[in-house]
Design a protein around this ligand. Structure first.
Ligand code: SF4
Length: 103
């Protein structure tokens, strides 16, 4: 069965969000999850939230149904702590840049 986010992967909205996420990773010295399917899922669901609500709500920390007054946007405030403590954010989208750490 097709995933529900498949409908947005490759659209302009998806590509814009992916570019935005990539910039956030570069700016903070992170990398994206090398698992492309995971990236497509998280970025895809986030893009669907943006298409519907106009903001990049985190798809892993959101309420169901999404609550625009309460739910948090990506990047979320605890991102740096999560990457530092766990090596990745809660959604497994941003990862610690392991190459840099070895230097
Ligand atoms: S856990 Fe935070 S940084 Fe990771 S995708 Fe969700 S909002 Fe973004």
């Amino acid at each position: 069965m097709a995933n529900k986010w498949d409908s947005v992967v490759g659209t302009q909205e998806y590509n814009e969000n992916h570019a935005r996420i990539t910039k956030i990773a570069e700016k903070n010295g992170y990398m994206l999850n090398p698992d492309q399917e995971r990236v497509q899922k998280v970025v895809g669901l986030m893009t669907m939230n943006h298409n519907e609500f106009g903001k990049y709500y985190c798809p892993c920390k959101q309420s169901h149904p999404l609550n625009p007054k309460k739910d948090i946007l990506c990047p979320c405030p605890p991102l740096a702590d999560e990457v530092q403590n766990d090596g990745q954010c809660f959604c497994k989208l941003f990862f610690r840049e392991s190459e840099r750490e070895r230097k």
